[in-house]
Design a protein around this ligand. Structure first.
Ligand code: AMP
Ligand code: MG
Length: 475
């Protein structure tokens, strides 16, 4: 049957000029992302299209939206028109102002008239709008011997212009719905790390979320001299309700972990050279002296006022990114975004799930082999953080000293390769991955989180909570 139809078409002189892909390249030469949809016009949109064209047209159309940064930068429609007795197929590209970008002919079935596909004719259509009547001889010069086919191209072009005008330009909610099916992906450097947001929603909301992350960088930064945290470290006191709220959370994790996590580790981090990268093993006396300046009770919070005991230095390294992830997610939620993935490297948060999926899939890195992963999890409304000995460390006589310090001994934790924690918020997962790194895997149950603990010995023992095992897909 198909073969017969093909034979018939061949006899009739059917010509295929371009594939759909090639035609899209012609109308959207620079756009990488083109979304395809078959749309059915509702009765009022359909009536508006027919009213513009003063003729009957189909209700279902094949539309394309070229998207850049979550916004529509072009539209296109496949038009099929009868030339004499057979149909020809072409693609009409339309810009956001409703002007023809270009027309490309895909297929012409009739034996005569295929010359309508010549550029000399099609070029005349560029810039035309739905208000241009496109009359033969008056507005357009036809190709000799291809009059009926040229008429068909003009009819179809006007149809595409009318559909794009009514469906896309005058009813932008239709375009928004199409665009929202594709995520916006943006990256910025915040807190010295790459922050990537993937969100189903407008780019403007993603921008606002980045602003919020940067604002918190301005509050929590240990390196920006004018941040609230730096000023507090310098002056020993500060009024900052937002920093106070953050420090209140730090205190909770310190209490829960019996001091394994402590935001006041600043003096120890400096003694071991992890702040400026000039790594060294301090003397016992030096460690003792630094330890005297460490302790969660050295931060005194009175409403929005903060005081530090003499010599206290805050280090937000173990929790700041997780906190910033949560504030970024708050901003996205406030803008009505229900599906996004916030990736801050060592801490990620899965907001909802991508359309039609169960959740966002994340991989946990193999702490011994950089390019490998240990396994995967699918997350939804949850955060995952990993603390790894591989992130910052130095070696002396074959002994490895990593950047996570035990505030009870004043020394780097040994014997642990990495700890990953799954929690409801980025703040919890970040702070607790560090805390469990220090205190050991049993802290997970007490903190009511799931975790994966990996030992640093050659056997690389894995210890995971039951909840983790249930959703874990080993590599
Ligand atoms: P993370 O990669 O989240 O585990 O954070 C590690 C960073 O937190 C280190 O580079 C230090 O700046 C800081 N830090 C080290 N040990 C501790 C600790 N026991 N409690 C809180 N912060 C710490
Ligand atoms: Mg952490």
């Amino acid at each position: 049957m198909i073969l017969l139809a093909l034979l018939f078409a061949l006899q009739e002189g059917s010509q295929v000029f371009l594939t759909e892909e090639e035609a899209l390249q012609i109308v959207f030469p620079r756009e990488e992302k083109v979304l395809r949809r078959e749309v059915t016009l509702d009765s009022s949109t359909h009536a508006a299209v027919e009213n513009r064209l003063k003729r009957r047209v189909e209700t279902t159309h094949r539309l394309f939206v070229a998207a850049r940064d979550g916004e529509a930068v072009g539209f296109a429609m496949i038009a099929e028109e009868v030339t004499k007795t057979l149909t020809m197929t072409f693609l009409v590209g339309v810009d956001p102002k409703g002007r023809v970008i270009d027309v490309a002919v895909l297929e012409h079935k009739e034996k005569i008239g295929a010359d309508c596909a010549k550029r000399k004719f099609l070029d005349q259509l560029r810039g035309k709008t739905v208000n241009d009547p496109l009359r033969r001889k008056k507005d357009m010069v036809h190709v000799v011997g291809a009059t009926m086919s040229c008429d068909a191209v003009m009819r179809g072009t006007r149809k595409a212009l009318a559909v794009v005008r009514e469906y896309c330009l005058d009813r932008p909610q239709n375009v928004r719905a199409i665009l929202q099916e594709e995520p916006v992906v943006q990256q910025r450097y915040v807190m010295g790390s790459l922050l990537t947001i993937t969100a189903y929603g407008p780019k403007s909301a993603v921008n606002r979320a980045f602003e919020e992350a940067k604002r918190w960088d301005g509050i929590l930064s240990d390196y920006k001299e004018e941040s609230d945290l730096s000023r507090l470290n310098r002056d020993g006191k500060l009024e900052s309700p937002e920093l106070a709220r953050f420090l209140g959370e730090c205190r909770k994790v310190s209490d829960l972990s019996g001091g394994a996590f402590d935001v006041t580790v600043g003096p120890l981090v400096r003694s071991w050279g992890f702040r400026d990268g000039r790594h060294r093993v301090p003397s016992s006396a030096e460690i003792e002296s630094a330890l005297r300046r460490v302790g969660s009770n050295r931060v005194i919070l009175e409403n929005g006022r903060i005081r530090l005991a003499e010599g206290t230095l805050l280090d937000p390294g173990a929790i700041g990114k997780g906190w910033a992830v949560d504030r970024t997610v708050d901003a996205l939620r406030k803008d009505g975004i229900a599906s996004a993935f916030v990736d801050f490297g060592s801490t990620v948060y899965a907001l909802g799930a991508p359309p039609g999926k169960e959740g966002w899939t994340v991989a946990v890195r193999d702490p011994f082999r950089k390019e490998r992963t240990l396994g995967q999890l699918t997350l939804r409304h949850a955060s995952l953080s990993t603390s790894g000995a591989y992130e910052k460390f130095f070696e002396v006589d074959g002994r490895r000293f990593c950047h996570i310090l035990d505030p009870r001994t004043g020394r780097p934790v040994e014997g642990v390769a990495s700890v990953s924690v799954l929690a409801r918020t980025g703040t919890e997962s970040d702070a607790l991955s560090t805390a469990i790194f220090v205190a050991g895997p049993d802290l997970a149950a007490k903190a009511k989180v799931d975790s994966l603990w990996v030992s640093a010995d050659p056997k690389a023992e894995l210890r995971m909570t039951d909840g983790w095992r249930k959703i874990w897909r080993k590599e």
